[in-house]
Design a binder for this molecule. Sequence first.
Ligand code: ADP
Ligand code: MG
Length: 260
Amino acid sequence: MRAVGRLARKIKEGELARKMSNPAPVLEVRGLVKSIPSGSRVVEILRGLDFTIPAGTFVVIQGPSGSGKSTLLGLLAGLDKPTSGEILINGEPLSALAEDEMALLRGRRIGFVFQAYQLVPTLTALENVMLPLDLTGHADKESHQRAIELLGEVGLAERSDHYPVQLSGGEQQRVALARAFVTKPPIVLADEPTGNLDSRNSELVLDMLLRLNRETGTTLVMVTHDDQIAAKASRRIALVDGLIVPGPVSEPMLATAPAF
Ligand code: ADP
Ligand code: MG
């Protein structure tokens, strides 16, 4: 991305913004299939998914290990391509985006939180938070300020010069949260963000993730095994063997259901 000129980038961003500005649901998945050749056969990881996620909602994806949750999130993030079917972001099919538009989408419109943090070991906490801005050519004074503020919001203002190896798992994941939100993305995807943390740190990280989500009005899609967190979601999607199955009813739905 560094090689892209400032004006060329501005034109590209304008085109992407226009494509992304219509009032369709923020995320729409149609007939999504992902299969991978394995030896002489083909492994069907996702076998035809259809769902819609309205803007500003919090959606939880649940399912046993191996059911395709990470594969789905990778496809939603544009990190991987479906075998068939379509993913639409603000009504715009991802398949219609050119490679450089995809890179911009990943860099500025989607934040990603991984189970294993995935910070760059040779960059400090602050530099890790700044990285998405730097990669999309926005590492200016204002965004530097935002990165510092976000590190403060996750309680790590004093740790901005520390390298990942000097931070605990919980602290690393809080840096990763700041990194995911630094570009003010409309969508944040989180894949078992507390899977490597003890219960105290899990609670802290989830509280911060949900607070950042509320404050920024982001659409949050999270894979989690935590039923208490799932109960706070506006929708749960249950995945088994690469298919959506009727899942547990979410709390908000229970609240409006007639009592028997
Ligand atoms: P989950 O996140 O729900 O645990 P994944 O999406 O990681 O599940 O994986 C779903 C299934 O697809 C698993 O059976 C996994 O072994 C298989 N799988 C994932 N990626 C690949 C790959 N690159 N090649 C072959 N099989 C894969
Ligand atoms: Mg997974």
